[in-house]
Ligand binder design. Structure first.
Ligand SMILES: CC(C)(COP(=O)(O)OP(=O)(O)OC[C@H]1O[C@@H](n2cnc3c(N)ncnc32)[C@H](O)[C@@H]1OP(=O)(O)O)[C@@H](O)C(=O)NCCC(=O)NCCS
Length: 350
């Protein structure tokens, strides 16, 4: 028997333990550590709700949600994003996950759609959301580029941004993602607030490429290690082969080394990534960002991108390890879900 209640700060310790007990994936199995603050991830959102399934006096499940306003198939939509669903391994298969999802939906107010992000190899979660009436609407990829000391590329005009650049950067980002589902157009104030509020981010981590006084590209590096850290409990065959290849290359030159099983690894996420048609400024920004992320001591720089994004062709030469995610969504009105278009992904949602 269990009941569901809102989480409080006192639940932090048990939630951190539950998170460690719920690794995700099948080929590549990842365990996440959110210590010291489980709630830190949610605090990046303007508002959120976290619920706990409690049974036998213990935390045996949790779920979180945030209501937001975004573009969906060309229309402004209010939706609830469901995340951080976890059920203790000893209590699975008893309907707790289903009840937690229903609990969130029942309390989301006047929202038109509910959605979640699920890794393509998270079969139990895919089956669960399907059973709850969700359907696959979008795909996106996470291109995880392994980092090592690279040859310096040609110098380009690049610099970190200041408050004064915000209107121009925001215009670039809004233009770039204008037709993307789940994108919410930014204001300069909202952009600056987010950059300052997100732990491991900030104006000093956002670079722009310029031509004269014109900003032609923008790329931010978010260090997520203050929010969570990952370790691989099992490594996919592809990653294993890459490790062998790198240990061979390392004999001759670079300092690249992929983490082995059980070892924590550090990831930086690319965000606020937007550019004009000038592909060369994009390539230079990417090149510089890879060097910077390596300088921060990270093993990977990860780009969440729509599966059809043309920039994938630019990134492929850096030999990314590609993981695919699905959005599963459910209409909460009588309107069926519209045909999906290109998707925008905020790495803070992953
Ligand atoms: C995914 C998870 C939340 C499911 O929780 P749960 O309490 O076991 O789910 P339920 O008992 O409500 O299952 C409902 C349905 O989901 C599907 N399902 C759940 N676990 C499954 C599994 N291991 N294999 C196949 N289908 C599964 C089934 O359709 C099930 O219905 P059934 O029991 O009638 O067959 C749980 O396995 C978990 O915490 N996993 C690790 C964390 C995670 O992956 N979270 C989701 C991130 S998107």
């Amino acid at each position: 028997m269990f009941f569901i209640r809102p989480a409080t700060d006192e639940d932090n310790k048990e939630l951190l333990e539950l998170e460690k007990l719920c690794p995700q994936g099948t080929g590549l199995v990842l365990q996440f550590d959110r210590s010291p603050d489980f709630f830190c991830r949610s605090r990046t959102y303007d508002s959120y709700n976290i619920y706990i399934a409690q049974g036998e006096g213990k935390t045996i499940g949790t779920i979180a949600s945030t209501v937001r306003n975004f573009n969906l198939n060309g229309k402004r939509t209010i939706g609830v994003y469901i995340y951080d669903l976890r059920v203790h391994p000893d209590h699975r298969g008893r309907g707790i996950g289903s009840e937690l999802i229903q609990h969130v939906i029942d309390r989301s107010g006047e929202v038109q759609v509910a959605y979640a992000i699920i890794a393509e190899d998270n079969y139990s979660s895919l089956a669960l959301f399907k059973k709850m009436g969700f359907q696959k609407t979008h795909d996106f990829v996470l291109l995880n580029i392994p980092l090592y000391r690279r040859q310096r590329s040609e110098p380009h005009e690049m610099r970190t941004i200041t408050n004064h650049d915000a209107p121009q950067v925001v215009k670039l980002i809004n233009e770039h993602y204008r037709n993307h589902d789940f994108f919410s157009p930014l204001t300069a104030t909202a952009f600056l607030n987010k950059a300052k509020k997100l732990l491991g981010y900030g104006l000093d981590k956002i670079h722009v490429a310029t031509v004269g006084s014109r900003i032609t590209g923008c790329l931010g590096l978010w260090d997520c290690s203050g929010v969570f850290r990952a370790r691989a409990l099992r490594v996919s065959t592809k990653l294993k082969m890459l490790s062998y290849l790198l240990s061979f290359i390392n004999v001759f030159e670079s300092t690249m080394r992929l983490p082995s099983v059980g070892e924590p690894f550090r990831v930086m996420y690319a965000r606020d990534f937007a550019f004009t048609e000038d592909i060369s400024s994009t390539e230079a920004l990417v090149e510089q960002s890879l060097q910077l992320a390596h300088g921060y001591g990270c093993n990977f720089l990860s780009f969440p991108l729509d599966s059809q994004d043309p920039v994938i062709a630019v990134l492929t030469k850096y030999k990314p390890i590609r993981t695919t995610y699905h959005i599963h969504a459910k209409s909460l009105t009588s309107e069926p879900l519209a045909k999906p278009t290109t998707i925008y992904v905020d790495p803070a949602d992953l």
